[in-house]
Write a protein that binds this ligand. Structure first.
Ligand SMILES: *Cc1c(COP(=O)(O)O)cnc(C)c1O
Length: 378
């Protein structure tokens, strides 16, 4: 029988991608920016809802970098960041020569902890520096505690950059993730819920931010006939070909969310019989998750039925799984920076595993996955 590799997170095509790309080629719009880019931005704006201004860029990482620039983050400034995340959330802080201040997770959404956040802000202010921005992440498609986190940020008037790279299609109290902060970030990397092969977007709540983001993303050209530059420029705009892929992908965004949530139901069914395993579930109805990745914690003290052995058992059957993100404050590159918290994120990392969650999983794939998991826990 077919034993092809089952990946952690792959997408699928709507079939329309080729048409948009062909049209761009036929019209000789092989450029950065162009009609596909404008249309892709408009479709995203319609999807995200009123008052979202979208700038399409060449990656989610570029979007975070531009968000920091737009908020005036400079050398020596401090920026707060959730520790439990992918390094791309934090790296742009270093691009600016700024100082990351990492915050632990809370148990319920695994995202930035409101209490630790407030403790950190107070302490940084006491030490003489108010943080310039907060990067909060909707990890694995699961919304962070939006009300609590934004209440703390508002109290100290610190803007939030909402890293929604993993959470396009998720929402909180009916409002789409990516639209709560002053600036939000999306990624269309190959493993995300929709892809442009490589790409990202900056979401903002004002037209001025969008115009300024395009200015920086296209080499900061002043308004002159000759090329004149008064500010540092970047080459961060999305290409018209990539945006063609994005337009094709928009047709299946909603379908992908449904498929990923079906994957979640599939795992729920398997794990309801297995006491040692806790499948991540949202806290209550306020939280709507795309379940971009399904994640589990294995609560085994001294047993060989642990996370690493399950990973190996899956790997032996050509099925990919992966530990949760290793927290940033434990990373060699970031460990010298301030950290506020205990061991919540660290324990999640030790006990957690991400399971195959692609929009392309078939019944046959799911049966293979089920077989390995149920045998392993027998
Ligand atoms: C993927 C990802 C990014 C970066 O997006 P790229 O498009 O790969 O640059 C940022 N933050 C998080 C949480 C991500 O998962």
């Amino acid at each position: 029988m077919n034993n092809s590799k089952i990946y952690l997170s792959l997408g699928m095509q709507s079939g329309f991608e080729k048409e948009y790309i062909s049209k761009a080629l036929d019209d000789n719009w092989i450029t950065s920016g162009g009609p596909n880019v404008d249309n892709f931005e408009n479709e995203l704006q319609n999807y995200l809802g009123e008052n979202s201004f979208v700038t399409a860029l060449n990656s989610g990482t570029s979007a975070i970098h531009l968000a920091l620039i737009l908020l005036g983050v400079e050398k020596g400034d401090e920026v707060i960041c959730q520790t439990m995340t992918f390094s791309a959330s934090a790296n742009p802080i270093l691009y600016q020569g700024a100082i990351p201040v990492f915050i632990d997770s809370e148990q319920e959404t695994w995202n930035i902890c409101p209490e630790k956040l407030e403790i950190a802000i107070k302490d940084r202010i006491k030490k003489g520096k108010k943080p310039k921005a907060i990067i909060a992440v909707h990890l694995y498609g699961n919304p962070y505690k939006v009300d609590e986190i934004h209440a703390v940020a508002d109290r100290y008037q610190i803007p939030i950059i909402e890293d929604s790279a993993e959470a396009l299609g998720s929402s909180y109290k009916g409002k789409k993730c990516g639209t709560f902060g002053i600036l939000g970030v999306l990624s269309f990397n190959g493993n995300k819920i929709i892809t442009t092969s490589s790409g990202g977007a900056l979401i903002s709540n004002s037209k001025e931010f969008k115009e300024k983001a395009i200015f920086y993303a296209t080499q900061s050209k002043d308004d002159t006939v000759h090329y004149q530059h008064s500010e540092i420029g970047y080459n961060y705009r999305m290409s018209n070909i990539c945006a063609g892929v994005g337009l094709g992908q928009m047709k299946i965004l909603e379908g992908n969310v449904i498929k990923r949530r079906e994957n979640y139901n599939f795992y729920k069914e398997i794990f309801k019989e297995i006491a040692a395993v806790e499948l991540f579930e949202v806290l209550n109805e306020d939280y709507f998750s795309s379940y971009w990745l399904n994640t589990i914690l294995i609560n085994t003290e001294n047993s060989d039925k642990n996370t690493e052995n399950l990973r190996l058992a899956l790997e032996a059957k050509n099925i990919e799984s992966r530990p949760l993100w290793k927290p940033m404050h434990l990373q060699p590159i970031f460990k010298k920076y301030p950290y506020y918290g205990t061991t919540v994120a660290e324990n999640l990392f030790k006990k957690g595993l991400c399971l195959p969650s692609g929009s392309n999983l078939t019944m046959y794939d799911k049966n293979r996955i089920r077989e390995v998991i149920t045998t392993f826990f027998k």
